[in-house]
Design a protein around this ligand. Structure first.
Ligand code: SIN
Length: 509
């Protein structure tokens, strides 16, 4: 595996210095930046524009036991994780959750309330209590991110660097971070820092069908792998049960929140049978992995490209108010939620694995922190409980901010740069990206098997070998190298894990 994706001598590269660099401007990145001591200069890098992150797409909401009678958030999370989430870290997350919700509300995040001003909550898959808070009905992520963006832009110590692509993480003596090489405006530059946090999100774009934004190519995870960071739970990829499917175009995979089932939506197969009613005691609110797999099996059994989500029991006025984003997106596709069952399919949605961290977001590399979807904090185990992802960003983002403040702020020396210039190439990176997506969709999907995983691993190794000596020179090319690297780790871990657990299911187990 090549140590660096970039191909240019460090000498002569423009240098900028910061106390902290955060790669990623979603909830994990921005909340950490806002929690940092204001004496620390902090650069927040985003690959495109600030609001174009997955956090801003979050619909259903953010889970927190804000109701004093709710003693079951820990139990539900551990159960959903198939028993693999770490109980003490998960206990810490759920216990800290309400405090951060209060903080967000004080920061001006407009959580939905009833007429008495109390927060409204709902249920989603595997929650035994109503504890999912939301904003703007189903615009939770967008409204949280809009407010945090305003606040971050007002902070003199926070420098938002848009269109900055994290290419590589550099380490010096004693396995200590010394900075990051980023690509901006057709050129590389070096950001010197003793503290680098990867909060660059997940891996959806290495699959053909995903709810994630385009360009979610696991760049932060791949840069961390090249720098020697330990990974954990790479086999656990979550598939959301209900993404919209347009039978005419075979496309359009926008998210239909689990909250729709929380408000009475029922899954039906092509014959109108409500198949989850007999599949699990929690019926349509069964755990996400179980529901996604059952939909996949129903589609296979009836040889159909989708199933239906039926919320016609609710009125137009309720649906328009409660789910304005989903209602309008469905309407644009010719579906009226109050009259028509919605065609849905399960698609890639979230990554439980990632950069292994402790409770303070620290990794095995000194000065390297990770948070959000790029990190594996071990609170999701084999299957994340719905709406725990935004919560994780808050709780562990705040932990990172404190750990960064308490870590040394002195710069370590740059390593001597021995960068392989690589061979110039006419390789078609676009074709390789499509092939990786096809491999992951077919062999690394909801149902896997040994033969498929072995074939996938062999081909990914060939792709990595092909990329190894090449002169990679643009973010688009680096993305493909990152996709191959992350995909290889996922497939290798899936091959290694022979038992079925949570989102990892092998038909040969
Ligand atoms: C949803 O609203 O269904 C997605 C929430 C999540 O991924 O936790």
């Amino acid at each position: 595996m090549r140590r660096f994706a970039f191909n240019q001598d460090l000498k002569g590269m423009p240098i900028e210095k910061y106390d902290v660099v955060i790669a990623g401007g979603g909830l994990a990145g921005l909340y950490t930046a806002l929690n940092l001591d204001k004496s620390l200069s902090c650069a927040v890098l985003v690959k495109k524009e600030l609001m174009l992150c997955n956090s801003s797409l979050a619909q259903g909401g953010i889970a927190a036991a804000v109701n004093e009678q709710d003693l079951f958030h820990l139990r539900d999370t551990i159960k959903a994780s198939a028993g693999l989430a770490n109980p003490s870290l998960t206990g810490f997350m759920v216990e800290q959750g309400p405090k951060h919700i209060v903080r967000l509300a004080k920061m001006g995040v407009p959580f939905d309330t009833n007429e008495q001003g109390n927060w409204l909550t709902t249920r989603e898959g595997a929650h035994t209590r109503e504890r999912v808070l939301h904003c703007g009905g189903d615009a939770t992520g967008r409204l949280i991110m809009q407010r945090l963006t305003q606040l971050a832009l007002e902070r003199p110590n926070i420098h938002i660097l848009e269109h900055h692509f994290l290419t590589d993480i550099l380490t010096g003596d004693d396995n200590q971070v010394c900075g990051a090489v980023v690509y901006h405006d057709q050129a590389y530059k070096f950001l010197e820092t003793p503290s680098l946090m990867v909060a660059a999100g997940g891996i959806g774009s290495i699959y053909k069908h995903t709810t994630n934004r385009e360009g979610t190519t696991g760049d932060g995870i791949a840069a961390a792998i090249r720098a020697g960071a330990q990974m954990q739970h790479m086999e656990f990829v979550q598939f959301h049960p209900t993404a919209f499917f347009n039978p005419r175009t075979n496309q359009s995979f926008f998210l239909i929140s689990e909250a729709v089932r929380g408000e009475g939506g029922i899954l039906r197969n092509s014959e109108g049978v409500a198949f989850m009613q007999t599949r699990h005691p929690m019926k349509d609110l069964a755990h996400r992995d179980i529901t996604a797999r059952e939909i996949f099996l129903q589609m296979q059994k009836h040889n159909k490209k989708h199933v239906f989500l039926d919320i016609t029991s609710r009125s137009k006025s309720f649906l328009e108010k409660r789910f304005p984003t989903i209602y309008n997106a469905c309407k644009d596709q010719g579906i009226r939620m109050e009259e028509d069952p919605i065609p849905v399919v399960p698609v890639q949605h979230y990554f439980m694995g990632g950069i292994k961290t402790n409770s303070r977001g620290q990794t095995n590399i000194k000065g390297l922190f990770a948070s959000g979807e790029a990190a594996c904090t071990n609170v999701h185990g084999a299957n994340r409980l719905a709406s725990n992802s935004l919560l994780e960003c808050l709780v562990f983002g705040a932990q990172c901010a404190e750990a960064i403040y308490n870590s040394p702020h002195t710069q370590v020396a740059l390593p001597p740069a021995t960068i392989n210039q690589g061979k110039k190439t006419d390789t078609n990176f676009g074709f390789l990206a499509d092939e990786i997506r096809e491999i992951m969709q077919t062999q690394g999907g909801i149902v896997r098997n040994k033969k498929g995983l072995k074939t996938a691993l062999k081909r990914l190794d060939q792709i990595m070998e092909k990329l190894e000596p090449l002169h990679i020179n643009t973010p688009a090319q680096t993305e493909v190298a990152n996709m191959a690297l992350v995909a290889r780790h996922i497939i290798a871990a899936a091959l290694e894990r022979k038992n079925n657990i949570g989102a990892h299911y092998r038909s040969d187990a």
